[in-house]
Design a protein. Structure first.
Length: 294
């Protein structure tokens, strides 16, 4: 069994990005810059935002953090997004989700200038992704592809089963894998899928993004298949200082005996997401600065 560690992949991504950032700053006189908007006090969101800032600093990117109170109005949030759209020193804009109740996520995302949509959630970006045009690929599915590429796991002609059909993971994951060039045969499963085990057992590559700890058990997996665990779930653990630990959707200890390769949780897909956000921010800065020069 091969362990597909995201940590190893991100190290390679960061080494490459650091070099490119030095060259970028030398050529343009400014750094790729990411603006992150956080509304409210959700502890998980606060910690994700912190991680993004840390990554920006370590790469030499510029970063702008906007921490808005829980009772921020729709108009105030849209106004900030529009200000950042118009600010040529900002190349990527990310609104940390979920937003507090009462704020319209779809409207907020659609208001971001699609050229700065480094999360890849804007409807225009999603449309481009579906028809195979160049675009910002949303960070988690992009991270999965990066892992597959890094470990030279071929997808052409393979049967990939994706568990989950969310807009941020399952759907873009399936769309990317079925594109020409990736050439996988993709089955997408969700909570209404019948005979799930019969389907997962057909998978050459099984990608789980459902958010249920230990859901994928050894008897659901074809021997010698590749298992990608996107799930990040908290389970109680009194031995941990914080009272919980993180596990994936896959029953790792048992499934690992039966498969060819598997991503761990933590240290697998999870660590890829911020690295891919940094890649997208660099790409946005490149594209916007080329346009500025025209
Ligand atoms: P959502 O809750 O938006 O979607 C979950 C999906 O799983 C839905 O499509 C749901 O089906 C499906 N599902 C739920 N129960 C079952 C079941 N019993 N059988 C089959 N399908 C089922 O979750 P996300 O896509 O946002 O996230 C999924 C997991 O990935 C979470 O653990 C999350 O923490 C993690 N995640 C990790 C990221 C990272 O690595 N950085 C980033 C994003 C997410 P239905 O549509 O019918 O309800």
């Amino acid at each position: 069994m091969q362990l597909l560690t995201g940590k190893e992949v991100t190290e390679a991504v960061y080494v490459d990005l650091k070099k490119k950032t030095i060259d970028f700053i030398e050529e343009h006189g400014f750094a790729p810059t990411l603006a992150v908007i956080l509304v409210g006090n959700d502890p998980a969101s606060q910690s994700y935002v912190k991680g993004k800032k840390k990554a920006c600093i370590s790469l030499g990117f510029g970063h702008r953090d906007y921490s808005l109170p829980e009772d921020t109005s729709q108009e105030e949030l849209l106004s900030l997004v529009k200000t950042l759209n118009a600010d040529s020193s900002v190349h990527g804009i990310l609104v940390q989700l979920p937003l507090p109740k009462g704020l319209d996520e779809n409207l907020v995302i659609a208001t971001i200038d699609s050229r700065k949509d480094v999360d890849g959630f804007h409807p225009e970006t999603v449309g481009k992704l579906l028809i195979g045009l160049p675009c910002f690929v949303s960070c988690t599915p992009k991270g999965v592809l990066e892992i597959l590429d890094y470990y030279k796991i071929e997808t052409q002609g393979k049967h990939v089963v994706v568990l989950g059909r969310s807009n941020i993971v399952g759907k873009p994951m399936a769309a990317l894998l079925m594109q020409k060039g990736r050439d996988a045969t993709v089955t997408v499963c969700h909570s209404k899928t019948k005979n799930l085990k019969e389907i997962t057992k057909l998978a050459d590559i099984l990608i789980s993004a459902i958010g249920k700890p230990f859901f994928v058990t050894a008897d659901m997996v074809k021997p010698d298949s590749v298992i990608i665990d996107v799930g990040i779930n908290r389970i109680e653990d009194a031995t941990q200082k914080r009272g919980y630990r993180l596990v994936g959707d896959v029953d790792f200890e048992h499934v690992k005996e039966n498969c060819l390769a598997i991503t761990p949780v933590p240290g697998g897909v999870g660590v890829m997401t911020i690295a891919m956000l940094m890649k997208n921010t660099f790409q946005a800065a490149m594209q916007l600065s080329q346009k500025d020069n025209q």
